[in-house]
Design a protein around this ligand. Structure first.
Ligand code: HEC
Ligand code: HEC
Ligand code: HEC
Ligand code: HEC
Length: 483
């Protein structure tokens, strides 16, 4: 037998070759597996579907669809369940401001400093937008857009422009149903469809031919109707717009907002004109390896599920880490614990980088604010303000994105490092200004160790800002009545 002649050294080399060969086969197998899985998903499952109870166009009541598709309906309803916690996410109540009070300072003067919670399951969308402390009598109808399948229904009834121009409260009675079937499906064929104009318009402005979109791309684009960065264009129109004309990266958006000036709010401490990024999940995902390899949002967040020999898409959209067996393990043949630990380790590193950037941003806002209070001129502060605003926009592109860096780890690290570099540049320029005023380091670092302390700390700044704005408003009105 040949192994009788094997020396230990030989055996070592043999094992090496076996491992190498095994790894190569494994890599090949993953490649083949991923390809066949993706191809299988290309097969039209829809032509085997029968719609026994016809569904009317823009039917927003998902239970009417559910009569035909009980499995999808039942799993969809399960997005209401709130008992799955992961290290950084999951279906639990999470108060971002309490977990990270720096955010209160970063958003001083803006509604996000009052309340900002982690996203919950789709079934909660309508209740949560009604109950957020960010909402007031001035809130616009556009805020309903990513919460309910009643939106495409009223858009078809009232007109898209007209819908956006209305007030939030105007549609209180209309918005009954949380995110549901009509948001993603055609009622006659059940094919995936884009029900929201903002995504179609953004793709068209990029020169994309909507007719050429593949089925696999649609499995992400249905999510991109809502899980994206957006802004409300026009003071009166509030027209929902995605800033995608120059691309999906943080730099492309910075360029877009430079060419199409827009300010979400003026920072109450530093006086910088700020832009708030909103969950650019699709944009960030597009920079990662999974998007490059054609893995869609649905592959991880809506994996196939077996029930009595029937295979269907699990409509309980949630953290895939609560369902590793059906999601990741379909393609990655490693243990569940290993997969989770790998993700947590990526997320912890991301969290560390993010926190460092936040500290730098908080510091810069405070330093600019103090310089302004001690007599620095708007001209002297123009550049530091511009830089703190840009740095915070880059940080927010990453921070507002869900998944704690998982969707594109390298890209989010790159953008955070850029944010930190811009903040440092702002700090250097400001140091010269502060030096001229005889200011050293910030007097006493504010105690912002809890949400309540941070909110108390920003309060005088926010009140002063409001008093100044009110006085300006009054002066304008008086001037108007004299003319
Ligand atoms: C390769 C798998 C994968 C793909 C593809 C993917 N995600 Fe995720 N997603 C994850 C993981 C892993 C997390 C982190 C979950 C956690 O920390 O519990 C996550 C987190 C999220 C969260 C936060 C979940 C929570 O519980 O708060 C949202 C929202 C999300 N993803 C949306 C999307 C969207 C939209 C797309 C497509 C544009 C997408 N994901 C593509 C794996 C994926
Ligand atoms: C957020 C988007 C979204 C919502 C909301 C949604 N679906 Fe789906 N649905 C999908 C995706 C993605 C697929 C996978 C389609 C594919 O690749 O063929 C799918 C597949 C299906 C299929 C095809 C069979 C299967 O399970 O793969 C049926 C039937 C279906 N959904 C019914 C429903 C019903 C009924 C509702 C409402 C209770 C609903 N869907 C809500 C996105 C959604
Ligand atoms: C019509 C808009 C809309 C569409 C379409 C949509 N989402 Fe969401 N999604 C939301 C909103 C809004 C929330 C937060 C709801 C809340 O907190 O009440 C959310 C929450 C989530 C969460 C967090 C769930 C949890 O348990 O923490 C995940 C994950 C998610 N969406 C993934 C997806 C994926 C994947 C798709 C596409 C298959 C998709 N969403 C399509 C609007 C949408
Ligand atoms: C449909 C198949 C598919 C699914 C589902 C999937 N992946 Fe992947 N994953 C891939 C492919 C393909 C790659 C790229 C590997 C390659 O091509 O060498 C990859 C790469 C990775 C990497 C390496 C990332 C990097 O930046 O180098 C990690 C980590 C990973 N996946 C984790 C996960 C986790 C966690 C899940 C579940 C939430 C998941 N994947 C779901 C196919 C998949």
């Amino acid at each position: 037998m040949s192994n009788q002649h094997e020396t230990p050294r030989n055996r070592g080399a043999m094992t090496g070759w076996l491992i190498l060969g095994g790894t190569a086969l494994g890599v090949l197998a993953l490649g083949i597996l991923a390809t066949t899985i993706l191809e299988r998903r290309e097969e039209a499952t829809f032509n085997k579907l029968t719609i026994k109870q016809p569904i009317t166009q823009w039917e927003s009541d998902s239970s009417k669809w559910g009569i035909n598709f009980p499995r999808e309906y039942d799993t969809w309803r399960a997005t209401a369940i709130m008992d799955g916690k992961t290290e950084f996410a999951g279906s639990v109540e999470r108060d971002h401001l309490a977990n990270n009070p720096r955010l209160v300072v970063l958003w001083a003067g803006y509604a996000f400093a009052k309340g900002y919670n982690a996203p919950r399951g789709h079934m909660h969308a309508v209740d949560d937008v009604r109950n957020t402390p960010r909402r007031n009598e001035k809130t616009v109808a556009t805020c309903w857009t990513c919460k309910s399948p009643d939106v495409p229904r009223v858009m078809a009834r009232d007109g898209v422009k007209e819908y956006y121009a209305h007030n939030f409260d105007h549609y209180q009675a209309d918005m009954k149903n949380p995110i549901g079937c009509a948001d993603c499906h055609n009622e006659k064929t059940m094919a995936l469809q884009i029900s929201r104009p903002a995504l179609k318009e953004a793709l068209q402005r990029q020169g994309e031919d909507i007719a050429k979109i593949t089925h696999q791309e649609m499995r992400s684009l249905v999510c991109a109707q809502c899980h994206v960065e957006y802004y409300f264009k026009g003071k009166e129109a509030h027209y929902l717009t995605f800033p995608w004309d120059d691309g999906l990266t943080a730099e492309a958006m910075a360029k877009y907002y430079a060419d199409n000036p827009h300010t979400d709010w003026v920072h109450a401490i530093s006086g910088a004109k700020m832009i708030k990024m909103q969950h650019p999940d699709y944009e960030v995902y597009m920079q990662g390896i999974h998007a490059v390899r054609g893995v869609s949002c649905a592959d991880c967040h809506m994996p196939y599920k077996q029930e009595g020999g029937v295979k269907f898409s699990d409509h309980q959209i949630q953290s895939p880490l609560l369902n590793v067996e059906n999601s990741c393990q379909v393609c990655h043949k490693w243990g569940e614990k290993d997969i989770k630990n790998r993700v947590f380790s990526m997320q912890r590193k991301h969290h560390e980088m993010s926190t460092q950037t936040e500290d730098a941003l908080v510091n810069l806002h405070l330093a600019i604010g103090e310089a302004a209070a001690k007599g620095a001129t708007p001209e002297q502060l123009a550049k530091p303000r511009e830089l703190v605003s840009l740095a915070q926009m880059y940080w927010d592109y990453v921070s507002a994105n869900n998944g704690m860096g998982f969707h594109a780890p390298q890209e989010t690290a790159r953008v955070l490092s850029k944010a930190l570099a811009i903040a440092s540049e702002g700090r250097l320029i400001l140091a010269t200004v502060r030096g001229k005023l005889g200011l050293g380091a910030i007097a006493a670092p504010a105690d912002i160790s809890t949400k309540e302390k941070a909110q108390a700390f920003i309060k005088p700044f926010v009140s002063a800002q409001k008093a100044k704005l009110d006085a300006e408003e009054l002066a304008k009105k008086k001037l108007g009545s004299k003319l």
